[in-house]
Design a protein around this ligand. Structure first.
Ligand code: SF4
Length: 328
């Protein structure tokens, strides 16, 4: 239950609706796992709640795989036995959690291991938030950054994503700052429009990977339904706040989309857009049909874009030793 459902729950039992706000604060701010912890709620109300509801973690971590670079991959067990992964990444004083939005994914991007699974189901609001609550118990430091770059396409699970984000961003509950959150998408256009209207201040990353229609279709079947020209139009119309930029993510695949011609095509695609580019050299996984380009090729690609005054960063992926890096 989210805050609204908790208010309705309290009211339905004859309690004041603000008791629902107290429950939400205990669950989402303090991570309570029992009613007995909720000491600012009267004993009689706690007894009433515990007679009428079951309380406990929705997501439990069933495996932890630490990588030598400091990242930890978690296997999260869901109530029906399905599982999704999340990855905790520490960089100096910065703690980032990468979470999943679906069990598997229907979109089948050729460079993505999740894409080989197909879609099993969407994650609920509670399961999305549950990954954060479970990870919070693993480390003493607060999780200041949250990225939706795990399994699944978040904008194809909008109803639950939007509900979860309203709790994640709320200063009374999980209090993740807007700037600390990034939602990554391949760009289903109805989802982009709805997300921009609901959360214009939440940073958005577009996984582009090809600026040529036929190449993008071959790497990302979703491009058949939402061609590049429509995607560009939707990005031009995206309600970006002043001084903010979109992030364009580009997984560099050896000999596929890492040539200078590809970089030029990308710079043309970016014309008129407020955007920066994140380059992600491919992280191989067993059976993957692609290789990682040489560092020289990566730097040449970056330099061409920088020469065109496009902010371009080569991302260092964490967690690759445990299959926890981007694409794995
Ligand atoms: Fe799905 Fe994202 Fe993987 Fe594509 S990259 S298959 S959208 S999880």
């Amino acid at each position: 239950m989210g805050p609204k459902e908790l208010r309705d729950f309290a009211a339905g039992l004859g309690e004041k609706p603000f008791r629902g706000d107290q429950l939400a604060a205990w669950l989402y701010r303090k991570g309570a796992v029992s009613f007995s912890e909720m000491t600012d709620i009267s004993l009689s109300a706690r007894a009433l709640f515990s007679e009428n509801a079951e309380l406990g973690p929705i997501v439990t971590i069933s495996r932890r795989e630490p990588s030598q670079d400091g990242a930890v991959k978690f296997l999260n067990l869901l109530p029906d036995g399905e599982m999704v992964e999340s990855v905790l990444i520490r960089e100096r004083d910065r703690v980032t959690l990468c979470v999943s939005s679906q069990v598997g994914c229907a979109l089948g991007c050729a460079f993505c291991r999740t894409g080989t699974m197909g879609l099993r189901r969407d994650l609920t609001q509670g399961e999305i938030i549950g990954q954060i609550l479970a990870a919070r118990k693993e480390i003493p430091d607060p999780i200041g950054n949250l990225v939706f770059m795990g399994m699944g396409e978040p904008l194809l699970n909008r109803p639950w994503l939007h509900k979860a984000l309203s709790v994640i961003l709320d200063p009374r509950y999980l209090a993740v700052p807007h700037k600390g959150l990034t939602v990554s998408t391949v760009g289903p256009i109805p989802g982009l429009k709805a997300f921009g209207a609901a959360f214009p201040t939440v940073p958005l990353a577009i996984s582009l990977n090809a600026a040529d229609q036929s190449l993008r279709e071959s790497l990302m079947p979703v491009a058949r339904k939402y061609p590049l020209k429509d995607l560009k139009e939707a990005l031009l119309a995206y309600p970006l706040p002043p001084k903010r930029r979109l992030t364009i993510a580009w997984v560099l695949l050896d000999g596929v989309n890492d040539s200078l011609a590809d970089a030029r095509a990308l710079s043309r695609f970016l014309g008129g857009l407020r955007a920066k580019v994140n380059l992600i050299p491919f992280n191989p996984w067993p059976g993957a049909p692609f290789g990682r380009p040489s560092e020289k090729r990566v730097l040449e690609f970056q330099e061409l874009l920088l020469g065109k005054k496009i902010t371009t960063i080569v991302r260092k992926s964490r967690g690759s030793q445990v299959g926890g890096a981007c694409g794995q």
